[in-house]
Unconditional design. Structure first.
Length: 543
């Protein structure tokens, strides 16, 4: 077979010498040990926790070694492409402070651009043409129908499905048959002529899983589709080589493709990057564990965290806790240190399923938010509200001084102990809503209407927002005494039958009347923030 002539027929025209690309994309000028890593999502519009998980690992490994993290968009499959997806990826990762050094819509050093695979079609075709010339790739004219019939046949025989060995029909076409098909204008794809034998097993060092066994590939995978665009497998091998990638952390769902990737790198004569396949995120579902699912678990999507207003650092802390077994202890000892000073290691990543627990993340979120100053919390909430809240809620930030007072109180700033009432921005905005508008009553009074009215009337007679906490409380006690409640807790405890309740019950009546809730931060301060007019109006409304 004259492979050179066939290559010219299949991919006509001048292509640069392959060595040209080696010069065009030279090895990077980096210190020894500097890792070049990447994130290579498809623009499907769905960016998930697994992407963030891998992004954090790749980012840490790149940057702590003085290397590079880049963003490549794997858009070879047009069917899966969604408008705005690249922006979505970029925004989602920016929210979590993942800093790319270069890449699609990022810019940076242009040496290794473009970062969209569709813009690199010429490079891939040059290599495909070369493989045809070498007799390592061939045209396949099988139709969709033939391929699905093949799959059915293989499934029925309980054999491995795919295009390989005796099933790779077009692999053995004669020169004549090939040209006849071409003359008839039959569409074709280009397949790799695999030389592997799955009975051969090799040891493979995975940066996360350690030494694993990989069988040789024997699938004649498609490398160039009928539209002249390569498949992901082929494009990613070319790109990882010419973008001078040294290490890839990616999801373990790609382990199954590893034999193909190994053969592609060998066939192309490229040195392979090192791979680490991280385990999937699992969720406890009753007594069993399952993978997080797009359909069932909203928390799989990164959009969820932004919509709910999770504090990015908290999510990152939790991700690092899951990513590296020694992070939690390090963080306990270094709570103030920048997260970047933790020495991340692929070898300390979990080898089998990692349990993702939203409750645990919520606890971490409470801790992280309780470390903020009122001003930092103001900025965090405002940024979130500007994007996600109603106009009314955005309006809460107009009176900066009032909002700072609210946050200082609700976060327990200046008090004996910091409060941990806030989990996310959306939850915090709901929590502080009653300071800005009258909200529906959430908790029920535990006294009858007459008692409630009597207590409120008594308190209203003496209420003065200028009172300090002590004077305020003395007045609550007066209202208690005047209505059959014990003003002192110890008196009530000693003789509960003698009273309707204690001063605590009176405070609760006032609390519900003021805020609609039985549990709030300090009520005296709340009433001061609300001001005399609003406080009186709320209490009077309950009469
Ligand atoms: N484009 C693949 C994806 O969507 C990337 C796989 C890889 O990292 O090699 O996840």
């Amino acid at each position: 077979m004259n492979y050179k002539a066939l290559a010219e027929r299949l991919l006509p025209g001048e292509y640069p010498e392959l060595s040209y690309y080696e010069t065009l994309y030279p090895p990077r000028d980096l210190e020894k040990g500097a890792e070049v890593t990447r994130l290579a999502p498809s623009p499907t519009g769905f960016i998930h926790l697994g992407n963030l998980f891998a992004a954090i690992a790749n980012e840490r490994i790149a940057h702590q070694s003085g290397g590079i993290l880049y963003l490549r968009i794997e858009d070879t499959d047009l069917k899966r492409k969604v408008d705005g997806a690249v922006e979505a990826v970029k925004n989602a990762l920016r929210y979590f402070d993942i800093k790319f050094d270069e890449g699609a819509e990022i810019g940076g050093d242009e040496t290794y651009a473009p970062w969209y695979q569709r813009q690199r079609a010429e490079i891939y075709r040059a290599f495909v043409k070369h493989l045809i010339e070498e007799g390592r790739a061939y045209p396949c004219f099988c139709t969709e129908e033939e391929l699905s019939a093949l799959r059915e046949e293989q499934t029925a025989k309980k054999e491995i499905t795919g295009y390989y060995g005796k099933y790779a029909k077009c692999r053995n076409l004669t020169e004549e048959e090939i040209y006849k098909n071409l003359d008839e204008g039959k569409p074709f794809v280009i397949r790799l002529k695999s030389m592997g034998n799955p009975e051969n097993k090799h040891k493979f060092h995975d940066e996360i899983k350690g030494d694993i066994t990989v069988i040789e590939n024997d699938q004649d995978v498609v490398i160039l589709k009928s539209d002249g665009i390569p498949t992901y497998h082929f494009a990613h091998a070319i790109d990882d080589h010419f973008m001078r990638t040294t290490l890839v952390i990616r999801g373990e769902e790609w382990l199954a493709s590893l034999p193909i990737h190994i053969e592609l790198f060998e066939t192309l004569g490229f040195e392979r990057p090192r791979y680490g396949h991280n385990c999937s995120l699992m969720k406890q579902d009753g007594s069993s564990r399952r993978k997080l699912s797009k359909r069932k678990d909203p928390e799989l999507s990164l959009e969820f965290y932004r919509k709910e207003g999770y504090f990015a650092r908290a999510v990152k802390v939790y991700m690092l806790t899951l990513l590296n077994s020694n992070f939690e202890e390090w963080y306990r000892k270094n709570p103030e240190a920048p997260l970047e000073s933790f020495k991340f290691s692929a070898g300390k990543m979990s080898k089998s399923g990692t349990l993702f627990d939203l409750d645990k993340l919520n606890d971490i979120s409470k801790d992280e938010l309780s470390k903020l100053s009122a001003e930092e919390m103001f900025d965090f909430l405002k940024t979130w509200a500007d994007e996600y809240d109603t106009d009314a809620q955005k309006g809460y930030f107009a009176d900066r001084e009032k909002m700072l007072k609210v946050l200082t109180l609700c976060m327990g700033i200046g008090g004996k102990k910091r409060r941990k009432d806030f989990t996310t921005a959306s939850q915090a905005m709901k929590f502080i809503q009653f300071f800005f508008e009258r909200t529906p009553q959430e908790d029920e009074y535990r006294v009858d209407g007459a008692t409630k009215r009597a207590v409120l009337t008594a308190f209203l007679k003496t209420f003065d927002p200028a009172d300090d906490g002590q004077t305020w409380f003395a007045k609550v006690k007066e209202a208690a005494a005047a209505n059959g409640f014990a003003p002192e807790m110890k008196d009530y405890k000693a003789n509960p039958e003698a009273y309707k309740g204690s001063v605590a019950d009176v405070a609760e009546i006032l609390r519900i009347a003021t805020t609609g809730r039985a549990n709030t931060p300090d009520l005296c301060t709340i009433q001061q923030i609300l001001g005399e007019k609003e406080t009186r109006a709320r209490l009077e409304a309950q009469l």
